[in-house]
Design a protein around this ligand. Structure first.
Ligand SMILES: [Zn+2]
Length: 317
């Protein structure tokens, strides 16, 4: 199916074109999509392309078409081998995949410096026909032989594509992007990364011991517990200068094994009322002081003083 062009005039035009408008001149392909040879998955097909005068014939083979019916829906590699390397180490070989309507469906297809190959990746749909054009344009004089002609044999192989992911890890998600095609996905990160420490261990330990010292000897004095109104408990105590706040608990039991009310407060007087506190029942109330410090992550932590020696008993109105 090789197209032959005979005639001196044509030959001259072609030669001039090759050397003056590199990259823009395309002669006819060896075949067309209508007469394309078929190629299957994992099969290799080779074509020898000629440029210049051979015997009495002049050839300018820009490429060759193959047809491929996808055996399943997925990504495929269309890899070219056998191409010549240019002086700069790259190649002029190309491989392009188009669908029935002539629309390019591939990614890549030119010389890839990172992988040192010429390959297209295309997502193909099961049962659909695709056209693969193998092209080669020896526009570098380096590629011509001493005769002034050039020949190259290119082999095409179609294989299943395995994504080669570029992975970006962030605290909230990990992103996977294929370096060769458009496939990408992301995964949300389930594990919560530890917060960055913002304070030195020595600063934390210094603050913590000063908080400890502040409440170590702090005693709750003048604790008054009364029930002045229905279902309400009024609690007050004497302010402690070094304390940052107070913890107040209310329980039905003297041992406080289970509390019906538990609060941290900055005040020194509270009126307690909640659904757990019933009328005509006996409750116990206890209070202790606390001082705060910041941990390595900057979070507020507490150091507690002792609970008041004797919890106060109250009968709710
Ligand atoms: Zn891919």
């Amino acid at each position: 199916m090789r197209r032959k062009i005979i005639g001196l005039f044509t030959t001259l035009v072609m030669i001039v074109s090759v050397f003056t408008t590199a990259g823009t001149v395309y002669a006819d392909s060896v075949n067309s999509v209508q007469t394309a040879e078929s190629i299957s998955l994992n099969e290799t097909r080779s074509v020898t392309l000629k440029y210049g005068e051979f015997s009495d014939d002049y050839y300018f083979d820009s490429g060759k078409y193959y047809s491929f019916v996808a055996p399943y829906t997925g990504y495929f590699n269309f890899t070219l081998t056998g191409w010549k390397t240019k002086a700069d180490g790259t190649s002029n070989a190309t491989v392009e995949v188009t669908d029935n309507f002539g629309k390019i469906v591939n990614h890549g297809g030119y010389y890839n410096q990172y992988y040192n190959d010429v390959m297209s990746v295309a997502e193909c749909i099961k049962g659909k026909t695709y056209y693969v054009e193998v092209g080669y344009y020896p526009f570098s004089t380096y590629e011509y032989e001493s005769s002034g002609n050039a020949t190259t044999t290119l082999s095409l192989i179609i294989t299943p594509h395995t994504h080669d992911f570029n992975i970006d890890v962030y605290s909230f998600a990990t992103y996977y992007d294929c370096k060769r095609c458009n496939y990408s996905y992301s995964k949300k990160t389930n594990t919560i990364l530890p917060a960055k420490t913002t304070r030195s261990a020595s600063a934390v330990s210094k603050d913590r011991s000063s908080a400890k010292n502040a409440v170590k000897k702090a005693k709750i004095k003048n604790l008054k517990v009364k029930s002045k109104a229905k279902k309400k408990i009024t609690v007050s105590w004497k302010k402690i200068k070094k304390a940052d706040g107070y913890q107040v608990q209310v329980s039905k039991k003297r041992n406080f094994k289970k509390t019906v009310y538990n609060v941290h407060t900055l005040k020194k007087k509270l009126i307690i009322q909640n659904s757990n506190i019933k009328r005509k029942k006996i409750y116990y109330v206890r209070v202790r002081a606390y001082a705060t410090y910041k941990d390595a992550f900057g979070n507020v932590k507490m150091e507690y003083g002792n609970w008041i020696n004797k919890a106060k008993k109250v009968k709710v109105k």
